[in-house]
Write a protein that binds this ligand. Structure first.
Ligand SMILES: NC(=O)c1ccc[n+]([C@@H]2O[C@H](COP(=O)([O-])OP(=O)(O)OC[C@H]3O[C@@H](n4cnc5c(N)ncnc54)[C@H](OP(=O)(O)O)[C@@H]3O)[C@@H](O)[C@H]2O)c1
Length: 304
């Protein structure tokens, strides 16, 4: 599988296994995770809150059964979301990481992301937490999730480690990352910039965008692939391109994200081995420029 380089040299595959839905698996978890490895997936995305900690626990149990795997995979987790509030205090960041390490049954995570911006955040406190986690060897690289460019700049006033990734929602129907840039200065709704120029900022600063919910329409509103009621023209186009490239419509939707020259990672949430196979096959094709735009238009967006 095509690899991405995060920060100063952390290599990881373009398709990452998102572990948020691990507790929903209809087949044993070791089969799901074993399939991921077999498909060439070498990075796994967690958060302290997924399944109330259960997703990390299930993963940690699997990992403990083959400890030699630890050095061959890239383990990422997140912290900062609490029940009813966000918390980037030093105390919470440190205790959250301790909890993740215990559940994942490892002594370090490769990447730690701040999950959602905490407006009460003090950059110096985050910096102090990151320094402690780095010097103790508990975290190798740091990043953010759902952060705007200016929020990253604010963190950078105190944090000295490079921010290697920003995890943001991105899928064909939820393509805000590209729509405003395609409608600059136009008097239409699509020109409204909701993210402060995140796409360009991440590219300029070498921060890897990790696309979450790559197959969902809306905020966890269900997959758009196969939903002909809401996304009829889009599904027609995905079907046509599936035939053209010899892959499934799901693979075309994955290829659409991976085709962007920003070099994004796709965080896939499927826990179904067959679907995981389809998603990864999307990493094996490259859509032409014309086909890429045709998918965008079929989702109902316009080009001025
Ligand atoms: N940073 C954040 O704020 C944030 C937010 C949300 C998620 N995430 C991360 O991103 C990962 C992915 O999120 P997600 O699970 O919402 O993403 P997703 O890959 O878009 O959605 C996966 C879900 O859609 C289902 N699905 C049904 N039909 C599908 C099809 N044709 N193609 C693909 N999936 C289909 C899957 O079922 P099957 O299992 O049966 O395939 C699974 O339940 C999470 O695991 C998590 O790691 C991060």
């Amino acid at each position: 599988m095509e690899q991405r380089i995060l920060g100063s040299g952390l290599r990881a595959g373009a398709v990452v296994m998102g572990c948020m839905r691990l507790t929903d698996a209809k087949v044993p978890v070791d089969r799901v995770l074993g399939t991921a490895l077999e498909l060439g997936i070498n990075m796994f995305d967690h958060a302290d809150i997924y399944g109330g900690g259960r997703c990390e626990e299930l993963f940690g149990k699997w990992l403990s059964e083959t400890p030699s795997l630890r050095d061959r995979i890239v383990l990422q987790t997140k912290c900062g979301i609490r029940r009813g509030f966000y918390d980037f205090s030093k105390e919470h960041i440190l205790s959250s990481v301790e909890g993740s390490l215990r559940r994942l049954r490892t002594d370090h995570v490769d990447v730690l992301l701040l999950h959602r911006p905490d407006t009460l955040m003090e950059p110096e406190e985050v910096a102090s937490a990151f320094d402690e986690l780095e010097s103790s060897g508990k975290v190798r690289f740091f990043g953010v999730s759902n952060h705007s460019p200016m929020q990253i700049e604010l963190l950078r006033t105190a944090v000295k480690q490079p921010i290697v990734a920003d995890q943001l929602q991105f899928s064909v129907p939820e393509s805000g990352l590209v729509t405003s840039g395609l409608n600059v200065n136009m008097k239409n709704d699509e020109s409204v910039m909701h993210d402060g120029g995140a796409l360009e900022y991440m590219r300029i600063n070498g921060i890897t965008i990790q696309a979450w919910s790559p197959f969902q329409g809306g905020f966890f509103k269900g997959p758009f692939v196969g939903d002909r009621e809401k996304y009829s023209a889009l599904n027609d186009r995905l079907d046509e391109l599936g035939l053209k490239y010899g892959v499934s419509p799901t693979a075309v939707a994955a290829a659409w994200i991976l085709r962007h020259p920003a070099g994004m990672q796709l965080i896939s949430g499927s826990v179904n081995p067959e679907r995981m196979r389809e998603v990864v096959s999307g990493a094996g094709i490259t859509l032409t420029r014309e086909d890429w735009y045709s998918v965008y238009l079929a989702a109902g967006f316009r080009l001025p």
